[in-house]
Design a protein around this ligand. Structure first.
Ligand code: MG
Length: 454
């Protein structure tokens, strides 16, 4: 089953990622290019975010793809979801040079399948196997592929999103955009202007040094956006991570909107119009269950990682089920009628539609949601897998969800313990109405952990 997590050597949950010059090098990008080119022969769409190392890594990747016999079409700088949209149905594969939300010194590669989704575990393992003997895929002189540079990719993306909403739906709304010098500097302002919004922006010059804030759209980094929202009297502020597959919000009062609340609010908007399933990882807030129950829908859980959400959505739709929405509690939301990947530009547009439809302010809309407290801790342990097995056994009587780690559900609280994929540690999430209400389940878990590891 594709939603089961598998151990990979180079690739994490969202592609290859590492510090440029040590972990992420042009040699590695070239190797990925050769392996991918041999695996998905044909025309490959490529692009990148705004990082300083992007041009070097993109050209190395392209060199590998061409050496393996593929023709490359380079769209330059664009959001990851824009490249995913362009790839779908038109290319043998795609690849984006990006490190998403990571600091400027990082970069990486996300591989896109012909249907526009990120490559899943099984195929990634095949790709990794090919990377180990990549030199074998170098083609002779008359089989080498070509390099084409193509403009207009971002415009196509803007048009696709703009045409998904009624014309002028954003008229009368002022919005402030903080693309954080990343890949959506041009696209999200263009999308929201197209919807009729009055748009202000900051950190809107593409810059791989990220001078205004780091690529992660954290509450601390968005202080300037918050001020600008208040000063301009905007309906909301929206910010992206470096490759703009995620969107996070500042409400009309200048407050950061917790991403699970954002997810729940948009889920409420969509499931009040259409009944079906909401797909999300086991780490997501119970707010989604609240929304689903209210609107006669159901939540389906997956392992943590957007590819598991996207693939589960596809599998269930293929099986004839109605899937309305999916996403993660980090502002990465997936609209099945649009495409099967997280899309920050689409999420910004959806917020406009939500406010226009509900004729309310964002802070008032947030006030309709119940409030929960999420506690997140991490602990170094000698053997995370052993601990997870022990917890699953100990909580057997409570029928724990073993989709990813152990999730224990109680009437007023839930907890998730899951191993980190890369380090010898476990992460513990506890959500409840108040922190005190979650204390009992938290203590129950701690009692079962090896005292020397806590
Ligand atoms: Mg991202």
């Amino acid at each position: 089953m594709t939603t089961e997590k598998m151990k990979k050597e180079f690739f994490g949950t969202n592609g290859v990622r590492g510090v440029v010059g040590s972990e992420m090098t042009p040699a590695l990008a070239l190797t990925i290019g050769l392996a991918l080119g041999s695996m998905r022969p044909g025309r490959i769409a490529i692009g990148r975010d705004t990082r300083t190392s992007g041009p070097a890594l993109l050209r190395a990747l392209a060199a590998g793809l061409m050496a393996a016999g593929c023709d490359t079409v380079d769209y330059g700088i664009l959001p990851t979801p824009a490249l995913q949209l362009l790839v779908r149905g038109s290319y043998a594969a795609g690849a984006v040079i990006t490190a998403s939300h990571n600091p400027p010194e990082y970069n990486g590669v996300k591989v896109i399948e012909p249907d526009g989704t990120e490559m899943g575990d099984e195929e990634t393992l095949v790709l990794e196997a090919r990377m180990r003997s990549a030199h074998e895929f170098t083609q002779p002189w008359d089989k080498v592929g070509s390099a084409i540079e193509r403009a207009g990719g971002p415009d196509e993306y803007v048009r696709a999103i703009g045409s998904a909403f009624p014309a002028g739906i954003g008229e009368g709304l002022t919005v402030v955009i903080d693309p954080g010098s990343g890949a959506a500097c041009d696209t999200t302002p263009a999308i929201l202007r197209r919807l009729g919004c009055r748009v202000f922006s900051l950190n809107d010059r593409m810059d791989g040094y990220f001078p205004g804030r780091l690529p992660e759209p954290s509450p601390e980094g968005l202080a300037a956006l918050s001020r600008m929202v208040t000063v301009t009297g905007a309906a909301f502020g929206v910010a992206h991570d470096g490759d703009a597959d995620r969107a996070v919000f500042i409400d009309n009062e200048g407050h950061f909107v917790e991403e699970n609340a954002e997810f729940a609010l948009i889920a409420d908007h969509l499931t009040s119009q259409e009944k079906g399933v909401i797909v999300t990882p086991v780490s997501t807030s119970r707010l989604l269950e609240w929304v689903a129950e209210k609107n006669g829908c159901r939540v389906v859980y997956t392992p943590v990682g957007s590819i598991y959400v996207a693939r589960t959505m596809r599998e269930r739709i293929d099986a004839g089920e109605k899937v309305v929405f999916g996403g993660e509690g980090n502002g990465g939301l997936i609209y099945p009628g649009h495409q099967f990947c997280r899309d920050g530009g689409m999420t910004a547009a959806m917020m406009v539609a939500l406010l226009a439809t509900r004729k309310t302010t964002l802070s008032a809309a947030l006030g309709t949601l119940p409030t929960y407290t999420m506690r997140k801790e991490k602990f170094h342990v000698h053997d995370p897998e052993e601990l997870i097995a022990r917890l699953a056994e100990a909580f057997q009587g409570e029928a724990p969800d073993l989709t990813d780690g152990v999730r224990i559900n109680r009437s007023d609280t839930w907890a998730l313990v899951r191993p980190s994929g890369t380090e010898p540690l476990v992460r513990i999430f506890v959500e409840s109405k108040t922190r005190e209400a979650g204390e009992e389940i938290y203590q129950d878990i701690l009692a079962l952990m090896d005292p020397s590891s806590v």
